[in-house]
Design a protein around this ligand. Structure first.
Ligand code: C2E
Ligand code: MG
Ligand code: MG
Length: 576
């Protein structure tokens, strides 16, 4: 039924009007209270209205912006860019959304996520624009942080391996187009582990930071330096015309790293090994260039001549051998491929055997006997020396106990230690082994080399004192090859000095060697240390040493290293 009563009609109109007003109020409240900033502009981008969130985010009071164009939110350069973007995007559906870089009233950056909607006139033309945006500062910052974590090394702030790969990829594409060379320099610090062992991680880290700033200072801006991890760095040199240019840069880097570093009061000399691969000859992609530069670096390390080495194809074969060695070494203990031999030490006064040096042997199922000089460095590099070294100490102690139980004269057995075995927990471990086997602690002698003491880190001194307190003996091995001075040795609780083979070789004919051997013996007597000469191969060497006051000898002249059974036999014969 149609409503015809005019009173009722006007009542209904009024109700509709009231409803419309209420709706507008609600809309106004939604507009005002919206969490997101909202701005309404006319067709010329002039601001007609803005809400509280807009003021909160931008710092502009609403009265302040009325009538101004929305462009005040943008920097000069971005205005035209935005217009172009929006014109493109505000197509048929009249909407655009995306990231924009706004400025706050105080000039600070305000990255936002914005939605722009064109409100059309009844004739279809845009009458006003609604701009709705929210703050992305936090999200941007966390994105940046994620990016930093993902692509930069936190210690040196240099690019990491992943970013290096991406950057190198780009360089290679450019080099391909321009027919230029790109060189990859793989750099590894020499004996860095030694610094970590002697000074601790914090100090070692500060050296790595210094290395990274020296690298950056030596290279051009367009070169890329990255830290791969540990003491490994990698450099990419773009736009080279000749291969040899990479060699020049590498030598410059080496010279810069050869300048002394300072840690606490210590002056530290470092060297590095650099391997170089060049695009396109040595590899056409990132992976093979990196791999081949690393192979060349290992070669440089082996040569130790402080000059860079260029990759060559024949190297790959060798490094494969190295990897095989590493794999074999990992399995060697499980498979029982290690054993110890014992080289007797003869006392020159009593003519008795007073000790033996335990030397590690690896009987490889395919390659036969591999000398320690070949596999110990690999074990040290890979950290395998720790379990292996513990096995050596345990086996030597078990052997001491066996000899003791079978009624043989007591001898002390010397075991070689690597610097990488040094740790605060080592004395406890060693004492544990001695106790387990129930042997006197002074039947074990630990051989360490001068280079391990070189930095005389307090932790090393503390560790040696702990050994001393436990009654374990200590020998300074290969003496004369390091840098020890007399006053320096006094700091350490050492029982024996071992004159290095290289001095023994020349005596008595070589005047220098003879003088050095004599001086070492004199010095040791002064410090009340007993002296053993190693590598004694002839009677005349022995006689010279006896005359000079040397306490004992070890070497092929008296006996080669022997398996345990043969050693026991010789011990019985000699000491009866
Ligand atoms: P080193 O501690 O200086 O050991 C002495 C080396 O000289 C031994 O070589 C020994 O066999 C050899 N030698 C002994 N007498 C003579 C001689 O009259 N003439 C000559 N030319 N050489 C002689 P080896 O067994 O090949 O060991 C080499 C090095 O490997 C050792 O040098 C030591 O630094 C290391 N090494 C051996 N066993 C172990 C171990 O269990 N742990 C660690 N960390 N290093 C070990
Ligand atoms: Mg030794
Ligand atoms: Mg030695």
């Amino acid at each position: 039924m149609a409503i015809t009563d005019p009173a009722i009609t006007s009542c209904l109109d009024l109700a509709q009007q009231l409803a419309a007003t209420e709706q507008l109020r609600v809309q106004a409240r939604i507009f005002e209270r919206n969490e997101q900033a909202v701005v309404v502009t006319d067709n010329d981008e002039r601001i007609l209205a803005s809400n509280q969130a807009f003021t909160r985010l931008t710092g502009y009071a609403s009265g302040e912006v009325l009538g101004k164009t929305a462009a005040i939110l943008l920097t000069q350069g971005e205005r035209s860019l935005l217009r172009a973007k929006i014109c493109d995007g505000l197509g048929s559906d009249g909407e655009w959304s995306g990231e924009l870089d706004f400025r706050r009233a105080n000039g600070d950056a305000l990255p936002v996520w914005a939605v722009i909607v064109a409100a059309r006139d009844p004739d279809g033309k845009a009458g006003s624009y609604w701009l709705v945006f929210s703050d992305m500062t936090e999200r941007k910052e966390s994105e940046r942080q994620i990016y930093r974590l993902a692509y930069y090394d936190s210690l040196t702030a240099l690019p990491n391996r992943d970013l290096f790969r991406l950057l190198l990829d780009k360089l290679l594409s450019a080099a391909q187009r321009r027919h230029t060379h790109v060189a990859v320099l793989f750099l590894d610090l020499d004996r860095f582990k030694h610094i970590v062992d002697s000074f601790g991680h914090t100090q070692a880290d500060s050296i790595l930071q210094e290395v990274s700033s020296r690298l950056a200072a030596t290279l051009r801006e367009q070169d890329i330096v990255a830290r791969l991890g540990g003491d490994e760095f990698v450099v990419a040199l773009p736009d080279l015309i000749r291969r040899e240019q990479a060699g020049q840069v590498a030598r410059k880097v080496l010279a810069r790293l050869a300048e002394p570093f300072f840690l606490e009061r210590h002056e530290i000399l470092l060297s590095a090994s650099i391997g170089i691969s060049v695009f396109p000859e040595d590899g056409r992609d990132t992976e093979s260039l990196l791999k081949n530069a690393e192979v060349a670096m290992y070669r440089a390390k082996k040569r130790g001549s402080n000059s860079p080495v260029f990759y060559s194809q024949e190297m790959n074969q060798r490094s494969f051998e190295q990897l095989k060695l590493e794999g074999g070494l990992r399995r060697a203990s499980e498979r029982g491929e290690f054993h110890l031999v014992y080289q007797p030490q003869l006392d020159l006064v009593s003519g008795c055997i007073t000790g033996a040096e335990a030397l590690l042997r690896w009987q490889h199922p395919d390659h036969g006997l591999i000398p320690p000089a070949e596999f110990i460095p690999v074990a040290e590099e890979t950290g395998l020396i720790n379990p292996i070294g513990e096995w050596v100490i345990d086996t030597a102690c078990r052997q001491i106990r066996e000899w003791q139980d079978s009624g043989l004269p007591g001898v002390r057995v010397a075991v070689n230690l690597s610097a990488s075995q040094f740790s605060a927990s080592l004395p406890k471990k060693v004492v544990g082994i001695i106790t387990r086997h129930g042997i006197p602690s002074d039947s074990l002698d630990l051989e360490i080399t001068e280079s391990m003491l070189m930095h005389s880190a307090d932790s090393v001194v503390a560790m040696m004192r702990a050994f001393g307190a436990a009654g374990v003996l200590m020998t300074l091995d290969d003496f004369g090859t390091g840098y020890s001075s007399l006053s320096y040795l006094k700091r350490f609780p050492i029982d024996h000095l071992k004159i290095d083979q290289s001095f023994v070789r020349g005596i008595p004919g070589d005047r220098d060697d003879s003088a050095i051997a004599r001086a070492i013996i004199g010095m040791a007597q002064h410090l009340r240390l007993s002296v053993i000469a190693e590598g004694v191969e002839t009677a005349s060497q022995m006689e010279f040493l006896r005359g000079a006051g040397c306490d004992g000898i070890q070497g092929y002249y008296f006996s080669r290293p022997l398996v345990a059974g043969d050693f026991a036999e010789l011990l019985l014969q000699t000491n009866q």
